[in-house]
Design a protein around this ligand. Structure first.
Ligand code: 8X3
Length: 255
């Protein structure tokens, strides 16, 4: 892969763990100057230090994507940006619609949709100014179909999907690609654990008997591939699942 010009900056949100951290690593390896953002300062600083020691360019910037004032302040640090990966987000709970907690629904909408909206709005002029910008929205297969117990997360991820699709229509003609990556079952350290409020048994059940769920690296590789296509090639939407998952509700388990 040809290294990106040194001036190319890639901002990754939710870079403290999982898909975000893996994507920051792989974009750094592809030659981007990566800016890692997340709420957990210690984690992104440690990763930035590790990448810098390995000879890459990486900086950490603690940021809560739902805090618009902080996001606007963050944006002033740049004149141009090449790549924005909107990865911050996540799921809370797996309750049916009948009993789901409205507070969880609100939080999921805030992080998955408004967080993406905040960062995208704040950085869009810098992406246009680069003359060749890329916006990635990491949505989910939950943004393309529902499943029982998916409720609030499914609703929020449909919002992320629609944001990406609508933005692509609205900015056509400007030098910015809008790419949506929709992963299915990805086994990371935190996704299921967060969803089930730290209940390890419930989190483990999500992946029980599934021969090979996707890894954060699988998704990061896909994001990096899509970003590094030639400028005129827009990967609108890429859905990826493990081979053992045929749909949101059809999963092969060897139990
Ligand atoms: C994660 C996929 O199936 O847990 O975004 O909704 S799923």
């Amino acid at each position: 892969m040809a290294p990106a010009p040194a001036s190319r900056i890639a901002v990754v949100t939710g870079a403290s763990s999982g898909i975000g951290a893996a994507t920051a690593r792989q974009l750094a390896e592809a030659g981007y100057r990566v800016v890692l953002t997340a709420r957990r300062k210690d984690r992104i600083e440690a990763l930035a230090e590790e990448l810098t020691k390995a000879g890459h360019s990486a900086t950490a910037y603690p940021l809560d994507v739902t805090d618009r004032t902080a996001v606007d302040e963050f944006a002033t640090a740049f004149q141009t940006i090449g790549v924005l990966v909107n990865n911050a987000g996540g799921a809370l709970g797996a309750d049916p619609v009948a009993t789901g907690d409205p507070a969880d629904w609100r939080t999921m909408y805030e992080t998955n949709v408004i967080g993406t909206l905040n960062v995208t709005q704040a950085l869009l002029p810098k992406l246009v100014a680069s003359g060749d910008g890329v916006i990635v929205v990491v949505s989910s297969t939950a943004g393309h179909g529902t499943y029982e117990g998916g409720a609030g997360y499914v609703a929020a991820k449909h919002g992320s999907h629609v944001l990406a699709e609508t933005l692509r229509l609205e900015i056509v003609g400007q030098p910015v690609r809008v790419i949506e990556i929709a992963p299915g079952m990805v086994k990371t350290d935190e996704f299921a654990l967060t969803r089930f409020a730290g209940d390890e048994a419930k989190a483990a059940k999500v992946y029980a008997g599934v021969p090979d769920p996707l890894t954060a690296d699988d998704v990061a590789e896909t994001i990096t591939w899509a970003v590094t296509r030639p400028s005129h090639v827009n990967v609108d939407l890429l859905v990826l699942r493990p081979r053992a998952q045929a749909s949101n509700t059809k999963v092969h388990r060897e139990l």
